[in-house]
Design a protein around this ligand. Structure first.
Ligand SMILES: *[C@@H]1O[C@H](CO)[C@@H](O)[C@H](O)[C@H]1NC(C)=O
Ligand SMILES: *[C@@H]1O[C@H](CO)[C@@H](O)[C@H](O)[C@H]1NC(C)=O
Ligand SMILES: *[C@@H]1O[C@H](CO)[C@@H](O)[C@H](O)[C@H]1NC(C)=O
Ligand SMILES: *[C@@H]1O[C@H](CO)[C@@H](O)[C@H](O)[C@H]1NC(C)=O
Ligand SMILES: *[C@@H]1O[C@H](CO)[C@@H](O)[C@H](O)[C@H]1NC(C)=O
Ligand SMILES: *[C@@H]1O[C@H](CO)[C@@H](O)[C@H](O)[C@H]1NC(C)=O
Ligand SMILES: [Zn+2]
Length: 377
């Protein structure tokens, strides 16, 4: 009996969802910037365990095959005691992030379907300085610092940030502990022959919950955080981003560093990672707002509401509990969205947040990689 009713139920839901409500999760909305541009579709639904697609050129991603993937669970010895391998002070990375001020159009907060990302178009002098061997060759890249001897002669190359974004919960774990939120500042390295084709370094900042006030440094972004995939907001004129105050203060700038990858497809490797071990604070309200922005939405096509007729007759004959019913209903609607995408625009929908979301990749095997700790100078 169940076998004969199910197709009817599915048919009824299909008929409804094509004209009225739809539910989508982060990364699968009709207007999502995360929609594949030639490459395979991906989302955080399985936290990266199913990222076996191809890029726009048909080249397989290396998420499943790579041996230097990120994130990782940073071992105890690199976080909590002094037995780990250390970066001497002479080779430590130095961050300098002056205030970035909005003129009303130069700073964008983007919900790209995978994360909330901040980008800017105005020139900005923020940078991280990375040590490399003074006698650099064409083979020297940004990860060379991991293998330099403490007394090596060093010079510094400049890593220039061009976007930052967030993950909930954290992607990196410290000695098995995860955090509610992680911020990634993505930099491109210039001025190194071995990086002619592009070298990247990412700085990770972990956040823990405070019972107290909001983290005011995040306010300008949180006040302008788009809740709908594909939506872009500009920071209002005068609003400021103080990345320098989002990272730990100089005296607390312990970090762990290792060679890893992008944490989203195509999971390219060869990145130098820095993760500060001193967590920053975020309020519960801020955390909730972020998870709502990356959460599950129930969306209704505005113009269609009056034309939606009750064709749900068949569903009443099934013996599902109401919660099962809701569950199937939502899943199906989400699934259908990709078909609607070609005919609908974001403005045509009104959406309601129905479930918090997350956007992290699970931690990856280290395969004996070098992981070093730098203690604040
Ligand atoms: C804001 O800054 C951007 C990037 O520097 C520039 O293109 C734009 O003209 C500026 N707008 C105003 C109103 O000053
Ligand atoms: C750089 O110089 C050091 C000694 O100063 C030497 O041990 C090392 O092999 C050199 N590296 C390269 C890539 O030439
Ligand atoms: C640089 O890389 C090339 C090709 O991978 C290799 O043949 C060469 O020996 C390397 N040079 C040094 C100094 O490591
Ligand atoms: C919905 O109605 C608005 C205003 O009448 C119209 O501009 C828009 O194109 C309609 N959208 C659809 C999908 O019919
Ligand atoms: C609802 O079910 C009744 C009896 O099973 C049927 O006569 C009627 O046409 C159905 N209505 C719709 C909208 O399917
Ligand atoms: C409906 O479900 C209940 C509880 O799961 C079960 O006891 C009952 O036999 C079911 N009825 C039919 C018609 O399948
Ligand atoms: Zn990231």
């Amino acid at each position: 009996m169940a076998q004969t009713i199910l197709p009817l139920l599915l048919g009824a839901l299909l008929a409804i969802s094509s004209v009225s409500a739809c539910i989508y999760k982060y990364g699968t909305s009709p207007d999502s910037l995360a929609a594949p541009h030639g490459g395979s579709h991906w989302d955080h639904g399985r936290n990266g365990e199913d990222w076996d697609g191809v890029d726009a050129a048909g080249k397989p991603w290396i998420c499943m095959s790579g041996k230097r993937q990120s994130p990782i669970n940073v071992p105890f010895s690199n976080v909590l005691d002094n037995t780990g391998s250390h970066v001497p002070s002479s080779l430590q990375t130095k961050w300098s992030y002056p205030v970035l001020v909005s003129n009303g159009s130069n700073i964008q907060v983007i919900n790209n379907g995978h994360t909330i990302q901040v980008e800017w178009t105005s020139p900005w002098t923020g940078n991280a300085k990375i040590a490399v061997p003074a006698n650099a060759t064409d083979n020297t890249t940004v990860t060379s610092v991991l293998h330099m001897k403490p007394d090596a002669r060093a010079t510094y190359v400049t890593a220039t940030p061009y976007q930052f974004h967030f993950h909930a919960t954290s992607e990196h774990l410290l000695a098995g502990r995860y955090f509610p939120l992680e911020l990634h500042i993505v930099h491109k390295v210039t001025g190194l022959p071995g990086c002619a084709k592009g070298c990247y370094t990412v700085t990770g900042i972990l956040f823990e919950l405070s019972d107290g006030a909001d983290n005011s440094v995040l306010n300008s972004i949180w006040y302008n955080m788009p809740t709908r995939e594909g939506e872009i907001k500009h920071l209002p004129k005068g609003a400021q981003i103080e990345l320098g105050r989002l990272i730990p203060k100089t005296s607390e700038r312990d970090y762990v560093t290792y060679e890893g990858s992008l944490t989203t497809p195509p999971c390219s490797e060869g990145l130098l990672w820095h993760v500060f071990t001193q967590p920053q604070k975020i309020s519960r309200a801020q955390w909730s707002q972020y998870r709502a922005a990356v959460g599950l939405k129930d969306c209704t096509l505005k113009n269609a509401t009056t034309t939606t007729t009750e064709t749900t007759n068949t569903t009443e004959t099934t013996n599902t509990t109401s919660s099962e019913h809701v569950h199937r209903h939502h899943r199906l609607h989400r699934h259908l969205l990709s078909e609607e995408a070609t005919t609908s625009h974001p403005e045509d929908y009104t959406c309601e947040i129905v479930q918090y979301g997350s956007n992290f990749r699970v931690s990856q095997l280290t395969y004996g990689r070098t992981i070093k700790v730098a203690r604040a100078i």
